[in-house]
Write a protein that binds this ligand. Structure first.
Ligand SMILES: [Zn+2]
Length: 391
């Protein structure tokens, strides 16, 4: 099978700018077709071969499997790969609301038929270009299996991805932090660096994913979430509560960049001591789409000022944080714990604590009932705790 893989983000960037022009001039949204709810028979009115291609942009029909749906880029478009019978092509869709359909078909490995796109042959790439009127639907009569195709998302392109989105990358694990064996519970969180030919990024692994990777091995990380550190503005990724998959993959054949430092060991201090006091315990609500802070409202509905999504206040996650006075030896230091760290802490407690029903009082009581042998690792400048262990 001839597989055309369009990777490398320099090339991609150049192609996108051409395509933006093509779309704005040639692709007019067809307001009369509510494409995705259409229930047409398979190709009855379109007895087209697998794909219709000409030297110019022409409408076509394509059938196959959707792979590697990208996050929405620049707020305008996403892309993916379409594995057809004899080749795999890149597809670009300039309608962000359609992303969820393609993403669902990709995740569920559903064979699909796509209609009402154009083929851009001007750049010799045969990319499929789609607008608001693109139609995609389940198409059962496909006589070839879905194969694995590596993602074209690289670690270097993640800095252009909106925080909060799920991405799929292929990367090698380096500098895996030693897993702390806690007395009564399994380890719940660890960190590492991911590296691919384009760059590196820090990953936080939660729950069952703590033991899912080994130092030096290469994996496909499916649907991991892009995050931003509130204090350092660092972009990193973590495993999502639902949907993340980590599957072993072949090592890279390209040369990989060298990562100099282990995560959180260069700029950090580790101390053992006691939480003497609690200055402040609070939470804010975060947008269920973009994770930015949303303002409390009297009504049940709130609007995100960042992405303008109207949402139920009850669906916004509570982002707890606490400021504590920490005593070690004969000294004290003021430390801040954010929600990841508070979750890490309550997982280690003998009692079950539900973070959704937690109150200021109950969290304060938890913090002040810890033994005097708590180990914290915190950032030297920001004094933000990034790891806490109850011994
Ligand atoms: Zn938002």
């Amino acid at each position: 099978m001839k597989v055309i893989l369009l990777t490398g983000y320099h090339q991609e960037t150049a192609q996108i700018s051409e395509k933006t022009e093509i779309t704005s001039t040639n692709l007019k949204p067809d307001l009369h077709s509510s494409s995705l709810s259409q229930n047409e028979g398979p190709s009855i009115n379109h007895p087209t071969p697998e794909i219709t291609v000409d030297k110019t942009l022409q409408p076509g029909v394509a059938k196959g499997y959707v792979h590697n749906v990208s996050p929405i880029k620049n707020g305008k478009y996403f892309d993916f790969q379409l594995q057809m019978k004899h080749k795999t092509v890149r597809a670009v869709c300039f309608s962000p609301p359609k992303r969820k359909y393609f993403s669902e078909y990709s995740t569920s490995n559903t064979p699909v038929e796509i209609k009402k796109f154009k083929v851009d042959t001007n750049s010799n790439a045969e990319d499929l270009v789609m607008g608001n009127n693109v139609a995609v639907q389940y198409y059962p009569n496909i006589d070839f299996p879905k194969v694995e195709i590596p993602s074209s998302v690289t670690l270097a392109t993640l800095s252009n991805v909106s925080v909060g989105q799920l991405v799929t990358v292929k990367a090698k694990v380096v500098h895996l932090s030693p897993i702390k064996v806690l007395q009564s519970k399994k380890p719940r969180m660890t960190q590492a660096h991911l590296v691919d030919p384009s760059g590196t990024i820090r990953i936080v692994l939660w729950e069952e994913f703590v033991s899912a990777v080994a130092e030096g091995n290469t994996y496909i990380f499916s649907d991991i979430r892009v995050k931003k550190d509130n204090h350092t503005n660092e972009i990193y990724v973590n495993t999502a509560k639902r949907g993340t998959k980590i599957t072993p993959s072949d090592p890279f054949t390209e040369i990989l960049p060298i990562t100099a430092e282990k995560p959180n060991e260069h700029n950090n201090t580790t101390l053992t001591g006691e939480i003497l006091g609690v200055n402040k315990v609070q939470y804010y609500l975060s947008c269920c789409k973009c994770s930015k802070k949303v303002t409390f409202a009297e009504s049940a509905i709130v609007k995100c000022q960042n992405c303008h999504l109207m949402q139920k206040q009850s669906s916004c996650a509570k982002q707890w944080y606490a400021q504590v006075l920490f005593k070690y030896s004969n000294q004290t230091v003021d430390l801040t714990l954010f929600v990841d760290c508070i979750k890490q802490l309550i997982h280690q407690l003998p009692q079950d604590v539900d973070i959704e029903t937690m109150t200021e009082t109950s969290l304060t009581e938890i913090l002040l009932s810890l033994p005097p042998t708590v180990e914290v690792m915190f950032h030297n400048r920001t004094k933000v705790v990034n790891s806490i262990t109850v011994n």
